[in-house]
Design a protein around this ligand. Structure first.
Ligand code: APR
Ligand code: ZN
Length: 238
């Protein structure tokens, strides 16, 4: 398999999705047995769901917290952390994943655009930052309230909400000469647009995963395979 060459003038922007954590045992969303097969998005992952039945939303994310805490990073997470170790500031990772497997593999220059499982925040925009929270809430009575009186909600970007830190993301994509997209179906926006933004800036764009994503035609190269099998040894760093 041809490697991906990274020269000393390259700046790398990486976008990861649920597929990179699949080999760690965490289900993806849109697979036949995925998270959205057993749970309706409109019941657990929209602002309306939160208003209607916050207990159900917390049950869903509490279970995912427990699963996320049990999972271990796989060779794909480690390969990316190693790449960051080699190119430092010329590396930036944006993940759609809410698990912390990238951090636990050693990545530091990363941003969670869809939030983080192990944090909670006030349901009101009262200005209080998210707080670390590993609790499994069996009932809504156990969920705390913010000083302002608002109920604490998962620090998760629901469908219909704006992803986090879009300005920073756009800036990093603008600077990138190489975009690597790993394990995401290309079906959720704005993340699915990133490859187009990178192409407009003249960057090389590579997709890595076992199936072609919906936005496959926007990539200059597709590397077919499971992330944990393909990523280790894929990069030829100058
Ligand atoms: N290695 C790499 N990719 C894989 C692997 C693997 N071992 N196994 C599966 N994949 C790929 C699948 O082929 C699929 O294209 O991972 C992708 C997972 O797609 P989705 O389930 O749609 O997940 P994702 O793209 O991350 O979803 C985006 O949607 O539900 C929302 O907010 C949620 O962040 C999520 C967003
Ligand atoms: Zn508050």
């Amino acid at each position: 398999m041809a490697g991906i060459s990274i020269t000393s003038s390259d700046r790398v922007f990486v976008l990861t999705g649920a597929g990179i954590s699949a080999e760690s045992g965490l289900p993806t969303f849109r697979a036949e047995d995925g998270l959205w097969a057993g749970n309706r998005i409109e019941d657990v992952c929209t602002p309306e769901a939160w208003r209607r039945n916050p207990g159900l939303v917390w049950t869903f994310y509490s279970k995912r917290r427990v699963d996320g805490a049990k999972a271990q990073p796989n060779p794909a997470h480690f390969a990316l952390a190693e790449l960051e170790g080699r190119i430092g500031d010329r590396y930036f990772l944006c993940t759609q994943n809410v698990d912390d497997l990238h951090e636990r593999a050693g990545s530091t220059r990363l941003l969670h655009m869809h939030g983080e499982l192990a944090k909670s925040r006030c349901e009101r925009d009262c200005g209080k930052p998210p707080v670390e929270d590993h609790a499994f809430y069996a009932s809504l009575d156990e969920v705390g309230r913010c000083a302002c009186g608002g109920r604490m909600r998962p620090h998760i970007v629901f469908f219909g909400e704006m992803p986090l830190e879009m300005d920073r993301i756009q800036d990093e994509i603008h600077k990138a000469t190489l975009m690597l997209v790993i394990g995401t179906s290309g079906s959720v926006y704005p993340a699915a647009s990133f490859v187009h933004w990178a192409r407009q800036g003249g960057a090389r764009t590579v997709y890595i995963g076992p199936e072609h994503p919906l936005n496959a035609s926007a990539f200059t190269q597709i590397v077919e395979g499971k992330a944990g099998e393909v990523l280790p040894g894929l990069f030829d760093v100058e």
